[in-house]
Design a protein. Structure first.
Length: 243
């Protein structure tokens, strides 16, 4: 079995667009005194909690729910929906910093040298916004296909967006690997669509098998090789424990 295509999530996989210091400062407009470190902890705690429970009302409702829970946790008091929506609107007024993870370019170079087609499937505002972020990070040229839930009208974990991606790349699901930072929304959802889902857990240990887990994108080409040799799950860090 030849892996012909590799698809990536965007945020927290290829780029880091989080700005806890900026968000904490922004929250003061709405009389919320937040410690950036506490906000960071609350952010990831809520993200992990909601990963397996997609919001039934779609991305915007999910975003409000996510930030309302995160802000309430960080502030140690309830934050109402109206304040949450104003906070979200304020975050959109300022272009967030985009930081490319140090393992990304080497991973992409390796996969491209092996003649694998590369793409991005992201829950995001629009394909144009994804392209801007990739361009700012200096890696837009690597990707032949980019799908955004905002443009497509369907979002992860719905299998339809993964199937749409492989159809446009003219490959079969079983010839495709998808990697992202969320175990359910990314890796397991891709697996449910027939792709090989891989969980990028940068803070993990790399020994998880349900879904297959890596701790660095430097491991991804090796995982692809294992799949091609009939080994379906990575067992332990395969990149020397690189983070």
């Amino acid at each position: 079995m030849r892996v012909r295509a590799v698809l990536f999530d965007l945020g927290d996989t290829l780029v880091d667009t989080k700005d806890f210091d900026g968000w904490a400062e922004l929250a003061r407009r709405f009389y919320l005194d937040l410690d950036p470190d506490v906000l960071l902890h609350s952010y990831f705690e809520v993200e992990n909690a909601v990963d397996e429970r997609p919001h039934p009302e779609g991305r915007e409702a999910a975003l409000v729910d996510f930030w309302q829970k995160t802000l309430s946790s960080a502030a140690a008091k309830p934050v109402d929906g109206e304040t949450t929506r104003k906070f979200i609107a304020a975050t959109r007024e300022v272009e967030r910093p985009v930081h490319l993870y140090s393992d990304v370019r080497r991973c992409l170079d390796t996969l491209r040298s092996e003649r694998r087609e590369l793409g991005v499937v992201s829950n995001s505002t629009s394909e144009a916004s994804v392209r801007r972020i990739l361009d700012r990070a200096g890696i837009l040229e690597y990707f032949s296909r980019i799908l955004s839930s905002g443009t497509e009208g369907v979002e992860k974990p719905d299998p339809a967006i993964f199937r749409r991606a492989v159809e446009r790349m003219n490959v079969r699901p079983e010839e495709t690997v998808y990697v992202g930072n969320l175990a359910f929304t990314n890796a397991k959802a891709a697996g449910a669509a027939g792709l090989h889902g891989v969980w990028l857990n940068r803070e993990g240990c790399g020994y998880g098998e349900d879904p297959p887990e890596i701790i660095s994108l430097l491991e991804l080409p090796l995982v692809v090789h294992r799949l091609e040799n009939g080994i379906t799950t990575p067992r332990g860090p395969t990149a020397g424990g690189a983070r």
